[in-house]
Design a protein around this ligand. Structure first.
Ligand SMILES: [Zn+2]
Length: 270
């Protein structure tokens, strides 16, 4: 569809500070946006599918080269999946960062290449349970970030809420309907809910896709129940992109707030 993979930047006082996912192609879009990388020090990974994280080395390298000063990144992401048969399909986020930037990693040179880079990586709980509650993972100078386990098929996943200056943005990550109870708790009263919109209502998508993504009808219900002020649909697929009206109508069957569709380089205010 000519779009970059999933990636979002949170700007605070006009400066990008938080990177949420880093899908393929997002680095070029960042450059086209003429946004500075200089203040980015928080990385929130919703899950470790390649279309959400594969641009990370490029982003980190550019950030280091631009500044030539020591940088400490705080990286948050899901715990690992454990072994499935002989294979660990999803390492923990710490292991994932180690596989890229650790001493034995594919890009072991990078932490010493320009300014010294340090990663403080935190693995977050990623298995849903009835008792889940949003956990504060970062709280400094009025910026508060909360996380709760998401659900995205067999991929460990985390949803995030960012609160600053009286505004709240929630990222579902890729989420199937098993994650919606948690999302409802996390998104309660938020100014903006950014939700993945990759499938049409059943039975219009192959059944397997519903084990990875939530259809528009379910997005509308959770948005209404959480009383969010607005919904931004991201991670669009050809199916949802080409049937925007149908998607919007289905969401509006239960949710009365504004619904918009993300574009690459879209700048939005919650
Ligand atoms: Zn995914």
């Amino acid at each position: 569809m000519g779009r970059a993979g999933a990636s979002h930047l949170i700007l605070i006082h006009g400066e990008p500070r938080i990177l949420v996912d880093a899908g393929p192609g997002s680095f070029v879009r960042l450059g086209e946006s003429k946004l500075s990388l200089d203040k980015i020090d928080i990385v929130l990974l919703t899950h470790l599918h390649s279309d959400h994280v594969s641009e990370l080395p490029g982003m980190i390298k550019a950030r280091a080269v631009a500044l030539h000063r020591p940088i400490r990144f705080r990286v948050f992401g899901p715990e690992g999946s454990g072994k499935q048969g002989q294979i660990t399909y999803f390492p923990s986020t710490r292991r994932f960062m180690d596989l890229m930037f650790g001493r034995e990693g594919a890009f072991a040179y990078l932490p010493d290449f320009a300014g010294r880079i340090t990663f403080e990586t935190v693995d977050l709980p990623a298995r849903t349970g009835a008792q889940d509650k949003p956990q504060v993972i970062f709280d400094e100078q009025g910026l508060t970030i909360r996380a709760i386990p998401g659900h995205h098929g067999d991929a460990p996943a985390v949803a995030y809420r960012i609160d600053y200056g009286g505004k709240q943005i929630v990222f579902s990550g890729d989420m199937d309907e098993k994650g919606l109870d948690n999302l409802r708790k996390l998104a309660s009263g938020a100014s903006l809910l950014v939700f993945n919109s990759a499938v049409l209502d059943p039975p219009k998508a192959p059944p397997i896709l519903y084990s990875f993504h939530s259809p528009p009808g379910a997005i509308g219900r959770v948005a209404a129940e959480a009383k969010v002020s607005a919904v931004l649909l991201a991670h669009l697929s050809p199916a949802t992109e080409q049937n925007r009206q149908e998607v919007e109508d289905s969401i509006h069957a239960s949710y009365s707030g504004p619904v918009s569709f993300a574009e690459d380089k879209l700048l939005t205010r919650p």
